[in-house]
Design a protein around this ligand. Structure first.
Ligand code: NAP
Length: 270
């Protein structure tokens, strides 16, 4: 069974537009290097912002020093309400330094250690968009309290913040990674499996039970087509699963818009 994420994404965007009260909010995405996927993602986010009546700009930089200067400039500007840095950063950039430089009040991707710290303490002020999208999808179809959730990813962008958000909602997360033993045993026993590995067909139908909910975060290009990390066709026959494209990615973009509006509220703009 396919989990419909498009309606949820639309609802989140509609609510964000309503909450903005006609304010033309501005987000800047800072891009370093020539990573093709990052350029495509940044452009697609800006397209969505413009469709909703907001503004998005891309700033290209060519060194860490230039990036930190750009962040400082954007932090100080009253006409900029949100800042995002596109990851992955090129080799040699200090990710913690970059994340720490973004003002916590303009930190649309929830990556500043201050916002991360709040999340750890159970206070979700500005949180990373992908794990928040996963939570919103799950909450639209199930009760999280008491659920066993296996997350296959331990990165600061997906797995770690998602585990914190699940704990905040009384679920029981198990965070798995490339060194995890007996992964199939764990996924078979889970009520919910979140997969974000970056390998097409990583999660196969024999790894999940009939009533499992599968959230597919992965994005892979196979024969020119976008695919997630799960064997969608086989799993869809027995369990609930999000599609790729039109699943987690669509809700993540909507969450970015939601966070831009939240950032503007924190800055006292609306
Ligand atoms: P990443 O940095 O490459 O991390 C991949 C994670 O998967 C790591 O934790 C890694 O474990 C784990 N892993 C790799 N091979 C494994 C194996 N054989 N068994 C168990 N775990 C394994 O990637 P990422 O940036 O977190 O992104 C992951 C995927 O999600 C990518 O496809 C990316 O495009 C997608 N993504 C989608 C969105 C969205 O909004 N839809 C947002 C972000 C990312 P180790 O830590 O041990 O290496």
């Amino acid at each position: 069974m396919i989990i419909n994420c498009q309606n949820l994404a639309e609802k989140i965007k509609e609510k964000a537009v309503e909450d903005a009260h006609g304010e033309k909010l501005v987000l800047h995405a800072i891009l370093a290097g020539d990573d093709e996927a990052s350029i495509v993602y940044a452009k697609s986010k800006i397209k969505v912002l413009r469709e909703l009546g907001f503004e998005g700009k891309i700033d290209r930089v060519s060194s860490e020093e230039e990036m930190l200067k750009k962040i400082e400039e954007l932090n100080a500007r009253d006409d900029v309400h949100g800042i995002m840095v596109e990851f992955p950063l090129p080799k040699g950039y200090d990710a913690i330094k970059v994340r720490s430089a973004i003002s916590p009040l303009k930190d649309v991707d929830g990556m500043n250690p201050v916002n991360y710290g709040y999340l750890l303490m159970g206070d979700e002020i500005m949180t990373p968009n992908t794990p928040r999208a996963v939570i919103k999808i799950l909450e639209s179809i199930t009760e999280l309290k008491g659920k066993d959730v296996v997350i296959i990813n331990r990165t600061p962008v997906v797995g770690k913040p998602l585990a914190m958000m699940l704990l905040n909602r009384h679920a029981t997360p198990t965070v798995c990674h490339s060194k995890t033993k007996n992964l199939k045993e764990k996924t078979k026993n889970a009520d919910i499996v979140v997969v974000a590995v970056g390998h097409a067909n990583f999660l196969t139908a024999d790894m999940v039970r009939d009533d499992t909910i599968v959230i597919d975060v992965g994005i892979n290009v196979v024969d020119g087509k976008l695919r997630g990390d799960a064997d969608f066709e086989e799993i869809e026959k027995k369990a609930k699963i999000t599609p790729v494209p039109g699943g987690v990615g669509a809700v993540t973009t909507a969450c970015m818009v939601e966070n831009l509006v939240k950032a503007a509220k924190l800055q006292g703009i609306i």
